[in-house]
Design a protein around this ligand. Structure first.
Ligand code: ADP
Ligand code: GLC
Length: 484
């Protein structure tokens, strides 16, 4: 029954994370490991890796390795370590020339950094004589892996039975680079397999090639899997996705409830459960006092934890929040960083309403958990959302999600119906300020009534554990390679 899986990713929580990719990579691999599968995870040894309590010694026979990407020659070695609170080991690609830099992303030679990661995973598998059933790559960073499987490494019998899976966590990021980097791919005679129209236009798009050559493409919710087949959501790649037909599917992400559960959250001073929410109330009071906010007993506190980019619908908040704050008894605690425009907006809002609005610009694991627990409602007015994790965390923390009905938000939040008492959140449809405004008004009207408690109870009863969602990945593997 166990599968051998080669899993290549740019993020893996808590070691390297800028968003949900990190959470999902780690939780899925841990699930697979716990089910007895043999997973080899490959991650760059970034300078900014969170190394707390991590020991990762070099592997003796995997030092002094060399890879040539076109005319570039890189030396690297492999370190292996297991993050704390995990049983799943990680193989780190230690290539100082490419990864010993500040930040995970944003460098001029970005395509080479992730080509090296991708190719190193193959080369190390060869040296370990690891014959994977499944080659699982994630997002644009590692999306050339399926093409490499069919070209550069096709000669090796080790990979003869290997089938490839590309998980698209976000189609908005495609990693395109100029075609003068074509030699870096080292495809030689197989260069004809590159997308020729794009090449003529002077661009190479990793995500396109993942979509063309992976045996299975999945994205992180069923609704997003449908949406990205349309021009509105496909970011230019919808024709390729339509072309792949049944090879494209959606699997909703799960939640790592070891990390995200108010009954035992190591980042919080109080614990609570659906039966006794007094800890949640105390956490709200503590957060208010820590951030010098003065909130009344009936003040509805909104929470936001987000990358501050256009995907997340911050422009709708710009249009709506100032008015709502001026007219209603509500407050806001926001955490995030990203586009200067949005950071400025939250900074200004906090300056305008120092008693009721707080903004932390930056990244904080502890504050992210605290906001999830302390807020009454969580805002995710996303323009698009492949899955979204914070609304899943919010449900578990009794924090009512206010979301746009798109992607994974549509698949995980059920609209509350006051007539039946069913549902766990509030949704709006159209991407407009007035639609968002309507749902905020609805929240303000329901807060303090028995309906609010119903929503909390319904949400906390929902279960998005990886025990369920991870099984869908194993089913997908089985459909590709048969029973192991
Ligand atoms: P995305 O991957 O598009 O950023 P998700 O909702 O899938 O969105 O996942 C975001 C993850 O990153 C969540 O675990 C969230 O708590 C975390 N996160 C985002 N911004 C911050 C931040 N500023 N500080 C701490 N955690 C953050
Ligand atoms: C992406 C998406 C997010 C998703 C995450 C993990 O970054 O923006 O919606 O939850 O990946 O799959």
């Amino acid at each position: 029954m166990p599968y051998r899986i080669l899993f290549i990713t740019a993020e893996y929580a808590p070691l390297a994370k800028t968003g949900g990719l990190g959470d999902v990579s780690a939780a899925l691999c841990q699930y697979l490991h716990a089910q007895g599968h043999d997973v080899r995870v490959f991650l760059p040894w970034y300078r900014d890796l969170n190394r707390a309590a991590l020991t990762a010694p070099p592997v003796v026979l995997l030092e002094g390795l060399v890879l040539e990407l076109g005319t570039y020659r890189y030396e690297y070695r492999v370190l292996v370590g297991t993050p704390s609170r995990s049983q799943q080991a990680v193989h780190f690609i230690d290539c100082p020339a490419l990864f010993d830099r500040a930040g995970l992303y944003g460098h001029a030679d970005e395509h080479r950094r992730f080509l090296l990661l991708t190719r190193a995973a193959f080369e190390v598998a060869q040296r370990m004589a690891f014959a994977p059933h499944i080659l699982h790559c994630n997002d644009w960073h590692t999306a050339f892996a399926p093409l490499y499987l069919r070209t550069l490494y096709a000669w090796d019998r080790l990979f003869a039975a290997t089938r490839s899976v590309l998980t698209i966590h976000n189609i908005g990021y495609q990693g395109a680079f100029w075609s003068d980097g074509v030699a870096d791919l080292s495809l030689g005679d197989a260069q004809w397999m590159l997308h020729q129209d794009e090449l003529r236009d002077g661009r190479i798009n990793p995500m396109v090639h993942g979509i063309l050559y992976a045996d299975l493409i999945n994205t992180v919710s069923p609704t997003y899997a449908q949406e990205i087949r349309t021009p509105e959501y496909g970011a230019g790649l919808d024709p390729y996705l339509r072309e792949r037909g049944a090879a494209v599917c959606g699997i909703l992400n799960g939640v790592d409830y070891q990390e995200w559960d108010p009954q035992h959250d190591r980042h919080l001073d109080q614990s609570y459960s659906a039966k006794d929410l007094s800890g949640k109330t105390r956490l709200k009071q503590q957060l208010a006092s820590e951030l010098s906010l003065s909130l009344g007993r009936g003040t509805l506190l909104f929470g936001i934890v987000s990358r501050l980019v256009s995907q997340k619908g911050i422009e709708l908040l710009e249009a709506v929040l100032p008015e709502v704050l001026s007219q209603s008894d509500c407050g806001l605690v926001a955490l995030g960083s990203g586009d200067a425009r949005y950071e400025k907006f939250f900074t200004q809002l906090a300056a305008d309403y120092p008693q009721r609005v707080h903004f932390t610009r930056g990244y904080s694991e502890r504050l992210a958990h605290w906001i999830e627990a302390a807020a009454d409602a969580f805002l995710m007015p996303s323009q698009y959302e492949p899955c979204g994790l914070n609304q899943l965390y919010s449900l578990r923390y009794g924090t009512v999600p206010l979301v746009r009905r798109t992607g994974g938000l549509a698949d995980s939040v059920t609209p509350y119906n006051p007539a039946t008492g069913q549902g766990d959140g509030l949704l709006f449809e159209r991407y407009t300020p007035s639609a968002l405004r309507a749902v905020l008004d609805e929240a303000l009207a329901l807060y303090g009534t028995p309906h609010w408690g119903r929503m909390i109870q319904n949400g906390m009863a929902r279960d998005y554990a990886w025990e369920t969602q991870g099984r869908l990945y194993v089913d997908a593997y089985r459909a590709l390679v048969g029973p192991a």
